[in-house]
Design a protein around this ligand. Sequence first.
Ligand SMILES: NC(=O)c1ccc[n+]([C@@H]2O[C@H](COP(=O)([O-])OP(=O)(O)OC[C@H]3O[C@@H](n4cnc5c(N)ncnc54)[C@H](OP(=O)(O)O)[C@@H]3O)[C@@H](O)[C@H]2O)c1
Length: 295
Amino acid sequence: MVLGADGAGVVQRAGEGARRFSRGDELFGQLLIAPLGSAGTCAEYVAVTEEALLARVPDGLDPVVAAALPTAGGAGLALVASLEPLAGKTVLIVGAGGGVGSFATQFAVNAGARVIANVRAAAAGRMRGYGAAKTVDHTEVSLPDALRQAHLDGIDVLIDLVSDAAGFAALVRPGGTAVTTKYVADPGALATAGVTGTNFNFAEHVAGELLEQVADALVGGRVVAPLITRITLEQVPAALKPLAFGVLVAEIQADGAEPVSCRRRSGRGRREPRAGRPRPPCRSGRRRSVHPDRR
Ligand SMILES: NC(=O)c1ccc[n+]([C@@H]2O[C@H](COP(=O)([O-])OP(=O)(O)OC[C@H]3O[C@@H](n4cnc5c(N)ncnc54)[C@H](OP(=O)(O)O)[C@@H]3O)[C@@H](O)[C@H]2O)c1
């Protein structure tokens, strides 16, 4: 079994009749190759068909960042695009500090929304750097209490990356919209409360063009990648514990080639670096972050 769905790398060989890509092309994408686990991106090489969900790494984009962005960035952008227009609306993002939430926050801010980011206090500064107007730490205050005080009528739009069905969308005003990535929305029940509820399925949105849009936004400086921890292929098994936050990228060196593979993940238990605080050492001994506070 080979894990890993998102990745970036360099074409080593093109099959007979291949038209779309050539040897030497630098690509990134999301490779969900059936049967799942048979051919993941945590590997020196992966064989794909021409129809695979791949896009070219644009000039100016670090391939490691490209490897980290397909699911997190693509889902973040697709979520926001599915909710437009957002200009002037108040958008609550629950679980905003993770991979999807970090991108969704920035794309929603860019779309003119007033974003309230639900994150732990340690991530508050980073979210404000993304343009969030307000942050709420659910471990310090009750999220419903904090929001009801400021938004008596409810919020306009909810992007919920965390909650189970209980209480989902309770903070959304009649006429508002609630989307979940956890498939807990009951659109019929929500409709009786006047709320448009949606279960977001990335598979319905993902496309090469979407990945290119995220990459362009990164290259153009309109968004920044969330925190990235770089490890080696040998460190992947140990890293598959719920320890890291943000995005984890394994840089994999094949013989004489330079493919890069990644698995993105996040979780609990690690302290989020703050601007001004020394960054924790990367387990590989090499440490690079793409967050602007730490460039
Ligand atoms: N439906 C789809 O097509 C689709 C697509 C992409 C992702 N997803 C799903 O969407 C979710 C988010 O994805 P992701 O990649 O962003 O995950 P992630 O990187 O693990 O981020 C999740 C974030 O939620 C935070 N969190 C956890 N419990 C929380 C709580 N009770 N209240 C507030 N925040 C909490 C975590 O912070 P702490 O670590 O500090 O707790 C973390 O920052 C995952 O469940 C993923 O499987 C679904």
